[in-house]
Write a protein that binds this ligand. Sequence first.
Ligand SMILES: [Zn+2]
Length: 391
Amino acid sequence: MEHSTRTLTVDKKENLYAVADGVTGMKIIFVNVYFVRGSEGPSGNWVLVDAGLYGSAQRIKKVAEAHFGKDARPSAIILTHGHFDHVGALKELALEWNVPIYANHLEIPYLTGLSSYPPPDPSVGGGAMAYMSFMYPKKPINVGGLVQPLPTDGSVPGLPEWRWFHTPGHSPGHVSFFRERDRTLIVGDAVVTRKPESALAVLTDDPEICGPPTYFTPDWAAARQSVEAIAALQPNVIASGHGVPMRGERMRDELEELAKYFDQLAVPTHGRYVNQPAVMNEQGVISVPDAVSTPATKALKIAGLITVAGLAAFAISRRKKNNKANSAESPLDNHPYYGEEMNLSVYGEIPEVEDNELLRRSGPKQHENSAQRYPGNRDFIRPDSPSNEYP
Ligand SMILES: [Zn+2]
């Protein structure tokens, strides 16, 4: 079948991907989380890999309950890394579910308020997403007391078939999760399946194996080694933090090519961390190279702001249109999708959340539309297609 060479079965309406046996992906605006079953049966446990954007906790819970039953909660939340778009709902979910969080020990300073990540580098260029990266939240979250290091033996708590691998570069304690049985790899942002710097690429789902987001990767030598290690695993399925999960021959070809020509394909031609990495250890960031500050980067900031304004305006007009078509949807169907996806103001406005605020909050704001979108990608499997395997 044609689709098996490219992307996976997908439920567009719910933004869910049937990734592999017992593995379901869920797209939250532009970032994915994964529900992974550890064992079968009614008492079978599961874990949540990554925790999406701020404000998505209730959506994640709803999908979890649809999958695993009412009041279902995982045995743990396990992180590929701690960037803001992977930990947005982390604190709220961990407190509500009362479950432990696991991350690589090198990632823990950024999860316990000890250190901020190295600043993103808008000077790498490549598109509006990169230009806007100066607005991304940089302050660390604090889930101290809830987070503990992954076991040093490579095992994954609650998932006996899986192993974790250190895949640093995009962040110092970045890890990937691999299941040998069917060679499924949950790869975080070490490899993504969508050009991450371009706002246009965020609006489409045409997948392609790419290196980690350039504006947010402070160690390119480590990132290259990680991609080489990932390619050497010869995964059948790659489920990344951004973009549609991919499988098959073309994915493997692209992955191999990326590993082989990493410097040409993935490393930006210029930028703050290109010649010199940020230095980090168990305490967090030790030193960072000087910022590349030129008149051009200032212009890029302005271009980024204009793009935000333009996309937001477009999103509003789009949403108005979509609302007419979708006014009869049930609340469960109210997922952020087309319109929300373009409302990139979400990047700059992730509020700080205090503990008491977390407990008080009744839930995220309701999103107003669930516009479905078929991006003209032949490899996409539509929910009504007979080969749809979900759930
Ligand atoms: Zn990241």
